[in-house]
Design a protein around this ligand. Structure first.
Ligand code: GLN
Length: 516
């Protein structure tokens, strides 16, 4: 890799991704690897420095996650954070024990060694965020204490070995000067240049795709969402019409989405696009299915079948397809390689992950090192229109997981109308880009109403709006009553089949964002 990078070894902290973000915000590339990564894997990133994250274990636990202690000897600057500090102390001959006074939350740190470059430009008293119950009570030889709270040690260093560590968390917002500390490490100590910008990323990615693909042919399954669109545009910039994009109508898209997205991607982005209307095939497979997981699986399977047919056709025309583009993002990559044990499947994911094996194509995943907001920034730099980049996330199985009970063409049409009203009213209120997702859900509940003096007995629809950083957790949004009022009255008036509207006030956890 020709990019300067900081490698972060993950010991399972809740905040590991935040460390990566804080560093990338300073235009320095950072990669999170599981703490068990080998020295060779770490060196493959040609890092200029290594950061050891926090973690839920104690270093003296029998099953504590461990890294190759060789990382402390390869001559690169190291910064330990929390468990990272304890790891360093433990492996270099110090002693870590359960502390008398645990520290959780806000704390005040007194800097004792203000000359050490990690603390350059920082005041001698720092407001920080702590989250630990263990303490390094004896330091390894060559180390000295650099900071402390009134309860415990808060920082250590061995400048000859270029190892620094802090017990608090500089990566969280509750440590207001934490970014300055990380900047001191990355720039002052590791010598970063800060040249990892959108333009730099685009240029090097385009070059490497061109080199990789040569004269080969590439296909991409577009969903019309941000990730797959940006991935396609990047590949298109590299190899032009050697890329064919396939956009499948699975019958559970939003109102007018199939025609609008097709138009957008062709006219605005100039992509070589094959729209495939397979709604009938999908709806047939969904007939009689009410179980959420079965719905997801049916749609996933049918998608692969449809895509497979198209790929075969394209291969016949082009003389073979060698590559498949996917809009995989960094959080997906980290999730599958994290130190935390196998986590429970809450919902099965719909993606084209099963394709390459059966179709013998090699993968191009140009966004696999990026977070969502970084992808949007790249898209902006590529000149992509805001109405594509600003789209809220939409699930792969589409409206099928927002129609509780059986999915039929009629119920899809009802939900499309209701959803369209929600989205438009949220846009009119200027809230669309401020909420993570806002949509309607069609419930398998009918209730009695009165309209025009007549008794009605019709469907109920729920409105959902959530704030989220990454989709992992979410808070329901208290939409203004005025907006809710307009949404509710328009839906009941304009959508035949719905006579009652309710508002979902559940956060995630315990709810999920989608209802199925
Ligand atoms: N589990 C260790 C402790 O309690 C480390 C905590 C952490 O890294 N946040 O001290």
């Amino acid at each position: 890799m020709d990019t300067q990078s900081i490698v972060i070894l993950d010991f399972g902290s809740q905040y590991t991704q935040l460390i990566a973000r804080r560093i990338r915000e300073q235009n320095v590339f950072s990669a999170v690897l599981p703490c068990t990564a080998s020295l060779a894997e770490i060196k493959a990133y040609s890092p200029i420095g290594i950061i050891l994250s926090g973690g839920p274990y104690s270093v003296y636990d029998a099953d504590a996650p461990d890294a190759d202690p060789g990382i402390l000897d390869i001559g690169l600057p190291v910064l330990g954070i929390c468990y990272g500090l304890q790891f360093i102390a433990h492996h270099l001959g110090g002693k870590v024990l359960s502390a008398d006074k645990r520290e959780y939350g806000h704390a005040e740190v007194h800097i004792e060694d203000s000359k050490t470059p990690l603390f350059a430009g920082l005041p001698t008293t720092l407001q920080v965020w702590m989250s630990h119950g263990d303490e390094a009570l004896e330091l390894p030889t060559g180390f000295h204490r650099t900071a402390a709270t009134s309860n415990a040690l808060a920082g250590i260093a061995n400048e000859t070995r270029r190892i620094w560590a802090v017990q608090f968390h500089p990566e969280v917002h509750h440590t207001p000067l934490g970014s300055q500390l990380l900047k001191n490490f990355v720039f002052g100590i590791c010598g970063a240049q800060g040249d990892w910008t959108a333009a730099h990323f685009i240029e090097s990615t385009v070059n490497s795709i061109r080199e990789k693909v040569g004269q080969g042919h590439v296909i991409c399954a577009l969903s019309g969402g941000v990730d797959s669109s940006v991935a396609a545009v990047l590949v298109h910039r590299a190899i032009g019409d050697q890329l064919t994009c396939v956009f499948v109508n699975n019958g559970v898209l939003r109102k007018n989405e199939f025609t609008q997205v097709t138009k957008n991607l062709r006219d605005k982005l100039g992509l070589n696009l094959v729209p495939v209307d397979a709604s009938a095939r999908f709806l047939e497979k969904l007939a009689g299915v009410t179980d959420p997981e079965t719905k997801r699986k049916q749609i996933g399977r049918e998608f692969i079948a449809v895509f497979d047919d198209e790929a075969t056709r394209i291969a016949e025309q082009t003389g073979g397809v060698d590559w498949l583009v996917q809009g995989t993002l960094y959080p997906d990559v980290i999730e599958s390689s994290s130190v935390r044990g196998p986590s429970q499947t809450i919902k099965s994911h719909h993606n084209v992950g099963g394709l390459p094996e059966t179709m013998k194509m090699k993968l191009i995943e140009p966004l696999r090192d990026l977070f969502k907001d970084e992808v949007r920034r790249i898209g902006r730099d590529l000149g992509m229109p805001e109405d594509i980049l600003g789209r809220q996330p939409f699930p792969g199985p589409g409206l099928a997981v927002r129609i509780l009970g059986e999915v039929t063409a009629e119920r899809v049409a009802i939900l499309q109308e209701a959803d369209d009203i929600v989205v438009n009213e949220i846009k009119t209120a200027g809230l669309y880009s401020q909420v993570w997702q806002s949509f309607a859900v069609l419930l398998p509940v009918r209730s009695v109403g009165v309209m025009g003096d007549q008794r009605t007995y019709a469907n109920t629809c729920a409105i959902r709006a959530v704030h989220s950083e990454d989709g992992m957790t979410a808070d329901w949004v208290p939409l203004p009553y005025e907006v809710l009022k307009r949404i509710s009255s328009r839906i009941v008036n304009e959508v035949r089949g719905i006579n009652r509207v309710v508002y979902d006030i559940t956060s995630k956890p315990p709810g999920t964002i989608e209802w199925e």
